[in-house]
Design a binder for this molecule. Structure first.
Ligand SMILES: Cc1cc2nc3c(=O)[nH]c(=O)nc-3n(C[C@H](O)[C@H](O)[C@H](O)COP(=O)(O)O)c2cc1C
Length: 179
C-alpha cells in the first residue's frame, strides 16, 4: 500500500491500456473494494457487472458516441448499477463504490477511467442506460450509472500539481468566510 495521499495525487484517468489481462486476484480486490463501500442505511443497493469478453466490450463502447472509447481498449469493464427501490440515494451509493474501485485499482498500479452512462445517449439517440441494460440483460428497473474501465496502463500521465489545487473552493465557517 502506497502512502494514501501520494496515491490520490498520482491517480489520473487512464484511457489507454495494454492487452495484458488483469489477474484474477486483482479483479477480486477491485470488486471487493466496491462491495466494501459505504451505502445509505447500509442498503448495499448496487450491482456490479464485470465484463472482460472482447466482443462485448466493443459493443459496450457503443453506449455513446464520444468519451466511451476506453471501454473497447480495456481489459476489464465493471458496469455500476443500483436498485433505486432499496434507497433513494442510490446514485451516491453507486458513485462511492465506483470511486473505491478506482482507488483500489490505482493502489494495484492499474489504470482506470469512469465512463458516464446515466443521462447520456447513443449515436442513435437511445438513452445509453437502455443500450447497456439491453446488451447485458440488466432489468429495466435497475439504472446504470457508469462503466468503469480497468487495465494495465499504456499511457503515462503526470501526477496532479498540488500547488494548483483550487483552495478558493474551500469556504471556512461561512460561504464568505465572515463569521
Ligand atoms: C462523473 C464522472 C464522469 C466521467 N465521465 C467520463 C467519460 O464519459 N469519459 C471519459 O473518458 N472520462 C470521464 N470521466 C473522467 C474525467 O474526465 C476525469 O476524472 C477528469 O478529467 C479529471 O482527470 P483525472 O481523473 O485524470 O484527475 C468522468 C469522471 C467523472 C467523475
Amino acid at each position: 500500500m502506497k502512502d494514501f495521499h501520494e496515491l490520490l495525487v498520482e491517480r489520473r484517468s487512464i484511457r489507454r491500456y495494454t492487452p495484458e489481462p488483469i489477474s484474477a486476484e486483482d479483479v477480486k480486490l477491485i470488486l471487493e473494494a466496491g462491495l466494501l463501500a459505504p451505502t445509505s442505511k447500509s442498503s448495499r443497493s448496487w450491482h456490479f457487472i464485470a465484463v472482460d469478453d472482447r466482443q462485448m466490450l466493443e459493443r459496450l463502447a457503443g453506449c455513446k458516441p464520444s468519451g466511451a472509447a476506453p471501454i473497447e481498449r480495456c481489459a476489464l469493464a465493471i458496469v455500476v448499477t443500483a436498485d433505486p427501490t432499496m434507497t433513494d440515494p442510490w446514485i451516491e451509493d453507486a458513485s462511492i463504490a465506483a470511486a473505491y474501485m478506482q482507488l483500489q485499482a490505482a493502489d494495484l498500479g492499474l489504470g482506470s477511467c469512469w465512463i458516464q452512462v446515466r443521462g447520456r445517449f447513443t449515436a442513435d439517440n437511445i438513452p445509453s442506460e437502455e443500450y447497456v441494460q439491453e446488451l447485458l440483460g440488466i432489468p429495466e428497473t435497475i439504472p446504470v450509472l457508469c462503466v468503469m474501465t480497468f487495465g494495465h496502463k499504456d499511457e503515462v500521465r503526470k501526477a496532479v500539481d498540488t500547488s494548483k489545487l483550487l483552495w478558493e473552493k474551500v469556504h471556512v465557517g461561512t460561504w464568505n468566510g465572515v463569521e
